[in-house]
Design a protein around this ligand. Structure first.
Ligand code: AMP
Length: 278
């Protein structure tokens, strides 16, 4: 596995392989890798000849009172995970490499970025879209891999790629869960043992609503209520909403087309998100 710290290095490493006609896959991450990230990497190594993983804790997607400075990091372990998963190039830029002095150009996502996480994390998706656009421009992959766990993020990225005519295929990979249902997340590392146990009620609620939907319950407010009834062990609920799977518009009344139930909740000071598609 080649390690590239600079944009110039990663471009050189990829150029030779692209000239040889190889298909390039990109998996953007913030590191502290877990099996959710590995699932993305495996999708890439299966469908591409060259897999590039980026690890970059992107400052522009964090709000002023969020966890940028405490975000978990373990580069040694991440390198081993990438080698074991068959990654060819690991891109580890510094913040100064991505945002040099005088940096001033941002991507402004539209309506898809307004509700849900966009409403409670102002500027978050502007930072996400900007860094993803930069990574896509730097690596110029044939395909880029994103997790369904961050549902709104993939929706915003897909929209950006279409709206700005970026020549890349966006692949969504299903959410990888712990044995007890908790969606894998680097932020799960913040949880104490008892908080970790309490966190399972989020996926339990979402999966209960999904089961009810499959059992014939199509009333949007009842499905939300079924999920909410399970989420009693969280400390606070930021949102629990049923939305159109494509447009992210609220679903009111009966679910007549593909919908997604999304939740964001605090366990202590840790913010967790999860979703299921109905
Ligand atoms: P992060 O490092 O948290 O920014 O995530 C990097 C990528 O991994 C994003 O596309 C996430 O959606 C994806 N990801 C994170 N957790 C999971 C998971 N449990 N299952 C599938 N993909 C995930």
């Amino acid at each position: 596995m080649e390690i590239a710290d600079t944009i110039a290095q990663v471009r050189t490493a990829i150029r030779e392989r692209r000239q040889a006609g190889l298909r390039v896959g990109l998996v953007p991450t913030m590191g502290f890798l877990h099996n959710g990230h590995v699932a993305l990497i495996r999708e890439s190594t299966t469908s591409c000849d060259v897999t590039v993983v980026s690890i970059f804790v992107n400052p522009t997607q964090f709000g002023p009172n969020e966890d940028l400075s405490t975000y978990p990091r373990d580069l040694g372990r991440d390198e081993r995970t990438c080698i074991d998963a068959g990654v060819n190039i690991l891109f580890l830029p510094t913040a100064a490499e991505i945002y040099p002095e005088e940096f001033q150009t941002f991507i402004e996502p539209g309506r898809l970025a307004e509700p849900l996480c966009g409403a409670v994390r102002p500027g978050h998706f502007r930072g996400v879209a900007t860094v993803v656009a930069k990574l896509l421009n730097i690596v110029q992959p044939d395909a880029a891999f994103f997790g369904q766990k961050d549902y709104q993020q993939v929706a915003v990225v897909r929209r950006m790629v279409r709206d700005l005519d970026m020549p890349v295929e966006i692949v969504t990979v299903p959410t990888v869960r712990e044995a007890d249902g908790l969606a894998m997340s680097s932020r799960n590392a913040y949880l104490s043992v008892s908080q970790r146990e309490r966190a399972t009620c989020i996926s339990r609620g979402l999966l209960a609503a999904q089961a009810a939907f499959r059992g014939g319950e199509h009333d949007a407010s009842k499905l939300v209520a079924i999920a909410g009834a399970e989420m009693v062990d969280i400390d606070s609920l930021q949102y629990l909403e049923l939305r159109d799977a494509e447009t992210l518009e609220p679903v009111i009344g009966s679910v007549t087309r593909s919908a997604v139930l999304l939740a964001a909740a605090f366990i202590g000071s840790t913010r967790l998100i999860d979703n299921v598609i109905l």
